[in-house]
Ligand binder design. Structure first.
Ligand SMILES: C[S@@+](CC[C@H](N)C(=O)[O-])C[C@H]1O[C@@H](n2cnc3c(N)ncnc32)[C@H](O)[C@@H]1O
Length: 274
């Protein structure tokens, strides 16, 4: 369901905050999913994680810059609470989290050595406004690292019951909510447009290819179909209840297929404030 409870620059957050959505994020770590940025971090740096969610990546970033200050912000209080718990459990005493809107970061100009975004820019309707705000809080020469999906390049094989039609439905809903489903391939262009320099883009593939992984993916995709996309997609005339039912049944068959394999494409980008 779209989350319309927040007066923020992301008024309709497509993914929602149910357990399945939070569980999906637990797969991410700084070591595996922010490696492209970790190489540029040093102890003593001051780092900001924008749209930090439940903090799975944040805690690794906090370790990388300790004893420097780590700050995480998210518009949703429940996610900030989870991130605080994760940091406390891991003994990350340099980590601070707070509720904030990415368009109004509660920090002075020229404050951070590094800023990180993961699976976040895709949700904010006004990409250039949020990049300008991030640039404001970065120091001269500070680094911005972002990693975002390229939904157009997601695949589920074999394509039982035209399962991959789901990505088109998902993208149409997210775009109707002001999101950018292929932000991962636009990062280098948007960073350059925002005035960042030394802008370099890379990419990565996230895969599901074992019985436990295909079961995990099926559970998540079914959550997205049922929990976030179906009512909106049907209301917008993008799909029908029958089609969603059929896709969900196909997903149940797919996860047991011995050849089941799926992959999500990610774009990554680094840029510096001049
Ligand atoms: C898909 S989650 C990613 C969380 C985390 N970065 C990760 O990858 O594990 C996106 C997060 O961005 C947050 N978010 C979206 N728009 C925001 C905004 N305008 N200001 C602050 N947080 C925002 C959402 O609340 C959500 O927790």
């Amino acid at each position: 369901m779209a989350d319309n409870t927040q007066e923020t620059s992301t008024p309709d957050y497509t993914m929602g905050y149910e357990d399945s959505a939070v569980e999906r994020l637990s797969r991410f770590t700084a070591e595996t999913d922010a490696a492209y940025l970790m190489a540029h971090l040093e102890p003593g740096m001051r780092l900001l994680d924008v749209g930090c969610g439940p903090g799975n990546i944040s805690v690794g970033l906090a370790s990388a810059v300790a004893p420097g200050e780590f700050h995480g912000i998210d518009m949703k209080e429940s996610q900030v609470e989870l991130a605080i718990t994760a940091a406390n459990d891991g003994g990350h005493s340099n980590a601070r989290f707070q509720v904030a809107d990415a368009l109004y970061l509660p920090f002075p100009d020229n404050h951070f050595d590094a800023v990180h975004c993961h699976s976040f820019l895709m949700h904010v309707p006004d990409t250039m406004a949020v990049l300008a705000e991030i640039k404001r809080v970065l120091k001269e020469g500070g680094v911005l690292g972002a990693r975002e999906p390229i939904v157009e390049k997601f695949f589920i094989e074999p394509d039982i019951g035209h399962l991959n039609k789901f990505w088109a439905i998902f993208s149409a809903v997210m775009i109707a909510n002001g999101g950018h489903t292929d932000m991962g391939k636009e990062l280098r262009a948007r960073f350059s447009e925002a005035g960042f320099v030394k802008v370099v883009a890379t990419g990565a593939l996230e895969t599901w290819g074992s019985p436990s992984e295909t079961a995990t993916l099926a559970e998540y995709v079914e959550y997205v179909m049922r929990g976030t996309v179906d009512d909106q997609a049907i209301a917008h005339g993008i799909t029908t209840k029958d089609e969603i039912d059929a896709l969900q049944e196909a997903m149940e068959v797919w996860k047991e297929d011995p050849g089941a394999f799926a992959a999500f494409s990610w774009g990554e980008c680094l840029g510096r404030k001049p």
